[in-house]
Design a binder for this molecule. Structure first.
Ligand code: PMP
Length: 272
């Protein structure tokens, strides 16, 4: 694993030094991206960098220098069939306390190979809600403690992903994924008003497979969907075989078609 820290290439990333007062570390004043790589090329990097800029602006961080990020990507990427880049951008050194960080920002780009995700999975609805009205709703901040708790809750019940409703009780997203489902013969996914992250995979599945953005009560979706799947950078299209107590076809016919479309389009468009 290699990492790029503020312009320096680290062949042993455990040796990199970040200030103990870095606001990314002390208060989670930081944003990130996880980018898939295919044979040493980053997938959809332009879209990921645009989201990094939007998330940074949402937190009031200085705009990241995207040329610098691209240099970091080039420096750390390796030639594995599938890999994952993690770009972390923090407010940097800051006075103690929860006031806004005053930098200079910290940029880390790290890379590691990954294995393809399984084709199907089980998910568990969690009792906590995503706050679609919160200040960080829809921003890709590094504050993932809530996701860590939710994922552990799901794992204790046999799931590999946790599903959140929002404060209105509508289906929102997973801890690291967006959700699609088929209801009344139509492919649907929650709208961005639900508070879900604007997932890059979600955007492309809407574009490539056609899906309607609908906000619906989670229990209705769970009762009535004929099939469902998760999407994310590291999962692509992953069928949901079991959701709480319900077994679903995995893959159902629409999920199968979307997975095939995804595989074909991803291979032909490395930076869609
Ligand atoms: N929602 C959350 C909360 C996530 O962390 C992720 C993973 N980045 C997603 C959705 C899926 O987004 P993407 O398709 O860009 O990986």
């Amino acid at each position: 694993m290699r990492a790029w820290l503020n312009g320096d290439l680290l062949t042993d990333p455990t040796q990199g030094a970040v200030a103990v007062t870095d606001h990314g570390f002390t208060v989670g004043d930081a944003v990130f991206e996880a980018v898939k790589t295919l044979g040493g090329r980053p997938f959809a990097l332009t879209r990921h960098l645009a989201r990094l800029e939007r998330s940074a602006a949402g937190l009031g961080l200085p705009a990241p220098d995207l040329d610098d990020v691209r240099r970091g990507v080039e420096a750390v990427i390796e030639d594995d069939p599938i890999g994952r880049l993690r770009i972390t951008y923090t407010a940097g050194r800051a006075p103690m306390g929860s006031g806004r960080g005053d930098g200079p920002p910290t940029l880390v780009v790290a890379y590691s190979p990954i294995a393809p995700a399984p084709d199907s999975t089980s998910v568990v609805t969690v009792p906590w809600t995503r706050n679609e009205h919160g200040a960080t709703a829809g921003l890709k901040t590094t504050s993932y403690a809530e996701n860590v708790i939710a994922l552990a809750h799901a794992a204790e019940r046999g799931g590999t992903e946790a599903i959140f409703a929002n404060t209105a009780g509508n289906l929102c997203e997973g801890t690291g994924s967006n959700v699609f489902y088929v209801l009344d013969d139509e492919l649907r996914t929650p709208s961005l008003d639900s508070g879900c992250l604007a997932g890059i995979t979600r955007e492309l599945v809407i574009e490539w497979c056609g899906a309607r953005e609908v906000d619906a009560p989670l229990p209705d979706v769970l009762d009535r969907a004929s099939e469902a799947f998760l999407v994310s950078t590291t999962r692509d299209v992953q069928a949901i075989a079991r959701w709480d107590g319900r077994d679903l076809p995995a893959p159902g016919p629409v999920t199968q078609r979307c997975a095939e479309t995804w595989a074909a389009r991803e291979a032909e468009t490395i930076d869609p």
